[in-house]
Design a protein. Structure first.
Length: 411
């Protein structure tokens, strides 16, 4: 490694040594991630239920005034009779249940997780100098600014004349997400880019609840308490944003779990992959919704080839690139020296990296036999997808990746 590269790594390391203790950081990560999972399940569950309920409403004879439809359901050994009003009932019941904290807590825990994983450890997980040379604070500023800008643009699109045309609005929001993905993939590391697409979409969804759906329900409630007839537009706007949320749910879940797979986060065409995920996930959600409310397969069969094409497209984009030529001869000692220099700061019995207490996934490179045992993981993570070293913190060169690939192919 050259003197300049070594100096750059030392500067980055000096930032990390001042960070929180890795043991405490790991436990914070576990607890907040657990809370995020629980809140997310609760939010997604209520969202899925109410959208499906809304689509299953049917007209019936002798319904109370103002009721637009009703549904009969069976669950847990009991029967439920649910009615939905166009705006609100004439008299507001005292035991009204509000569904909002599921969304609020999901976003709050998600943002805390973003801080713990990607802000505190920005130079490890968020910044990749080979993509864009940023300081930790610059990367964090771009992150926060992009989430705020994304909500502002989306909200204005919904309030514009486009908001009255479902198809055009959907295309505009789709384009906004792809544009965000393109920007993130040219600023952050692969992992940082994908998690930020998830955070971007998740922020739109949570803000829909916080800034639109709940306030509109509050206006309806206030009108009822004053003895006034509520304006039906508030209910229509809330339904529009709620529908957006449910169609974005499956894509955002994919983005949030993408960091477990280097073939996703290390992809050179990340923005296009995001487009396929949003398309396929949104259509899959449509299929599940319509099937759940009783649509015949003939009415929704068109969704199956669209989902399949999106999946095939994603698999095509993520297929491995051609590895280095077998003609390159690399000895065991050469390969081990590369791994020792570039990977053993983390993957050792006693890691020397200040941010790591235990070797990730228990993988330790102490000998040639260890390298042979984990050869496929090395090929996937370091040779083909460049996911490791994390944020290329140790400055692994392309020539070194090629040598590792040739050594692995020769085994």
């Amino acid at each position: 490694m050259g003197v300049s590269a070594f100096a750059g790594m030392t500067k980055r390391e000096s930032i990390k040594t001042k960070s929180m203790d890795p043991f405490l950081l790991e436990w914070l990560n576990i607890l907040v991630r657990w809370g995020h999972l629980v809140a997310g399940i609760a939010w997604i569950g209520t969202s899925f239920y109410f959208v499906a309920l809304d689509l299953s409403l049917r007209k019936a004879n002798a319904m109370p005034q103002g009721v637009m439809g009703e549904a009969w359901e069976v669950h847990g050994g009991g029967f439920y009779h649910v009615q939905k009003y166009v705006s609100a009932p004439p008299d507001l019941p005292p035991n009204l249940i509000w569904f909002k904290w599921e969304a609020y807590l999901a976003w709050i825990t998600g943002f805390l997780l973003l801080i713990i994983q990607y802000y505190i450890q920005a130079d490890l997980y968020l910044v990749d100098p080979s993509v864009m040379a940023l300081t930790s604070w610059q990367a964090i500023g771009i992150s926060v600014g992009s989430l705020l800008a994304g909500w502002f643009i989306y909200d204005q699109l919904c309030k514009s004349p486009l908001g009255k045309h479902t198809g055009w609005l959907a295309l505009s929001v789709y384009a906004l997400i792809i544009a965000a993905a393109y920007g993130f993939s040219h600023v952050f590391s692969g992992r940082g880019a994908f998690i930020h697409v998830g955070a971007f979409v998740g922020t739109l969804m949570a803000a829909n609840v916080f800034a639109v759906i709940i306030p509109n329900q509050g206006k309806i409630t206030a009108s009822l308490l004053k003895g006034e007839v509520p304006d039906v537009k508030y209910g229509k706007i809330g339904k529009q944003r709620s529908l957006h949320n449910t169609y974005l749910t499956l894509p955002v879940l994919f983005m949030m779990t993408s960091n477990h797979y280097a073939i996703i986060t290390g992809n050179a065409h990340a923005w296009a992959l995001v487009g396929l995920v949003v398309l396929g996930g949104g259509i899959a959600r449509h299929f599940l919704l319509r099937h759940e409310v009783g649509d015949e397969m003939g009415e929704i069969a068109w969704t199956i080839p669209v989902i399949a094409l999106a999946l095939i497209g994603a698999m095509f984009l993520t297929q491995p690139t051609q590895g280095p030529a077998l003609a390159m001869k690399v000895t065991d000692d050469e390969a081990f020296a590369i791994v020792k220099n570039r990977c053993s700061a983390c993957h050792a019995a006693n890691p020397t990296d200040a941010t790591i207490k235990q070797a990730p996934k228990g993988i330790v490179f102490a000998s040639i036999d260890d390298m042979k045992r984990y050869a496929k993981q090395i090929e996937t993570q370091a040779v083909r997808n460049h996911a490791m070293p994390m944020g290329n913190k140790t400055g692994m060169l392309q020539e070194e990746r090629d040598k590792l690939g040739a050594w692995i192919q020769a085994q």
